[in-house]
Ligand binder design. Structure first.
Ligand code: CMX
Length: 136
């Protein structure tokens, strides 16, 4: 079951500059910064009520966020939906023939279990599914 939009990921070149903008201009406070070596990113989470904005800065020129920025410039990178059972959801999508980037859940930022779907199969945007312990 899909519960809600968990977060929206935005690719930025300079994480601190983007945080400053969100905090001082838009008015959303950053509550957590974390490096996720597996994804080659440093991320900042800024909660907005029930969902969050995730700012992503690449830590490696070969990482997915660096490649995205090289091709498209900064901007909306992915939408993450929170699900209550990620393994079951992935099985369901596999059966429906959806192209998955991650066949199995893996550990992402904030301790969540995550999996990405390929943008080719989702109308050109990158979808992340995530499950958090507190929802189980
Ligand atoms: N949104 C929409 N389209 C995207 C995209 C994105 N974020 N990233 C890539 N694409 C498009 C590319 O533009 C390309 O389109 P065209 O074929 O029309 O040119 C297509 O998807 C395939 O791209 P590719 O060049 O073949 O493959 P890439 O090496 O760019 O890899 C992707 C793309 C999505 C498979 C890869 O970025 C990936 O595995 N992403 C998942 C992991 C990730 O993004 N991690 C960072 C976030 C981590 C976090 O939130 O913690």
């Amino acid at each position: 079951q899909v519960l809600k939009i968990d977060h929206i990921g935005i690719a930025v070149k300079d994480l601190q500059q983007a945080i400053d903008f969100y905090e001082n201009v838009i008015g959303i406070k950053c509550t957590m910064i974390e490096e996720v070596p597996d994804q080659k990113v440093k991320v900042a989470f800024l909660p907005t009520g029930d969902s969050e904005v995730e700012l992503l800065e690449s830590t490696d020129p070969e990482g997915p966020v660096a490649k995205f920025i090289a091709k498209n410039g900064e901007g909306m990178h992915h939408i993450a939906y929170r699900v209550d059972n990620l393994e079951a959801k992935l099985e369901e999508l596999k059966k429906a023939g959806v192209a998955l980037i991650d066949q199995k859940p893996r550990r992402g930022a904030g301790g969540a279990m995550i999996a990405f779907l390929h943008p080719k199969g989702t109308f050109g945007h990158l979808v992340e599914l995530c499950q958090r312990e507190d929802e189980k």
